[in-house]
Design a protein around this ligand. Sequence first.
Ligand code: ZN
Length: 496
Amino acid sequence: MPTVNEQRGPSSPIPIKRRHRHPVRNTLIVLLLLIIGSCIFLFGVNKWRIDFRLIGEPTVVSECGTPYQDEGAEAEVTGSILDFIHHPIPVTVSTESVNIHEPGKYTVTYTAKYLWMSATNTRTVEIVDTTPPVIELKHIDDYYTLPHHEYKEEGFTATDNHDGDISAKVESEERDGVVYYTVSDLAGNTATAEREIFYDDRNAPVFHFPTGEEGFIFKGETWKDDVLAEDDADGDVTKRIEKSGTVNTNKVGTYTVTYKVSDEWGNVAETSRYVTVKRKPYVPKKMDPDKVIYLTFDDGPGPYTEELLKILKKHKARATFFVTAAYTDYQDLIKAEYKAGHVVAVHTATHDYAQVYASPEAYWEDFNKMEDIIQKQTGCRTDLFRFPGGSSNTISANYCEGIMTKLAQEAESKGYTYIDWNVTSGDAGDTTDGNVMYENMMNGIHTYHNSFILCHDIKDYTVNMMDRFLTDAIKEGYTFMPITSETIECHHGINN
Ligand code: ZN
């Protein structure tokens, strides 16, 4: 049997009960599912990446030695599809490899990490050396170069930002009064510098007299002036010397010759010197060369000298007087000695050890005073002398160490000859007895072929015994000769 409902048929307005009772909720669910699906799809399809952006240029050039400051980089996470996402992430910069002191190409590395992702980027840093070295010239105060002379370097330094001290690589060249300096560093950068040479000449020429500052010739000999002049800048300027004063070689006497010379810079030198024309040497009529006596009398002239001259004259004996200025009243006896044919020579004016041996300068000052007196008395300067105390004295060391050595050298350069003795009469303090002196002298002359006898004409007992000695020595065939600079040398050894 049909149910009521069946019986009603289609036309029956019976309400139908629908199965979809919540349509909105379902739609929402579908949409949600759709969104979730899309998201899963997008996340699956989207490719995530880290994007870098370098600040500044990808290649940077930096000067050697200058601190390098990297400008850095930025990074962000983004996706290939979800490219609207820009998530900034921190960047680690590594500049350790950059050596700012060594030219070359270096790489700076940037690293960024995010979750499972990691990326790097780089920048090239080129360290270059385009800075030239620096040349510094040294300047010495008051420095000058002699004209015509090569410049002597005052000094310089060259430093380079990369190579350091490259002073040794500096090349210099002198041209027309200017010194040009150049130096290049390893990178080929070149530096130059210039120095103008300051020329000056502050010294006048200097005179030289190779055979001695004092000139001595015998009468009748030819006078050859040996003067030379040398200038520190110009060299030999002998040819420019102007001379004045003449030497009459036929007339005994002391002449003054003056010399003047200037260098190209205008410095003038002037000097003068004595040229002495000496008497011709005494030549005895006959003489045994093995029996020659050179009698020498020191420290006078004095009160007994006149008497001595008489005795010498009586025996026609020539002697040598080493004179002092100790007895002013008897100074004109120097002239008498000279006129009698004896040789007069210097023994210093004061004979005061402390004074004459104080210094070489003091010695020659005193010496020249005596020379002037001799010249005044005789008209001639002398080329002979005897040191107070002899050349072997050690007393001079009390006043000036080494002075005898110095004086002996200087005497030679001045043209002087010094004479010592090999026989002593004993009158310098050992004895006042004429008989003892006689024995000393006779023993002495029998010992040497050429005796240089030390006596003092300021001692009365010396003068008093001289007649006897002369008489006996002449009897034995001895000849009494004056000393000249040509006489054989009689030198003690120098001890100071
Ligand atoms: Zn003396």
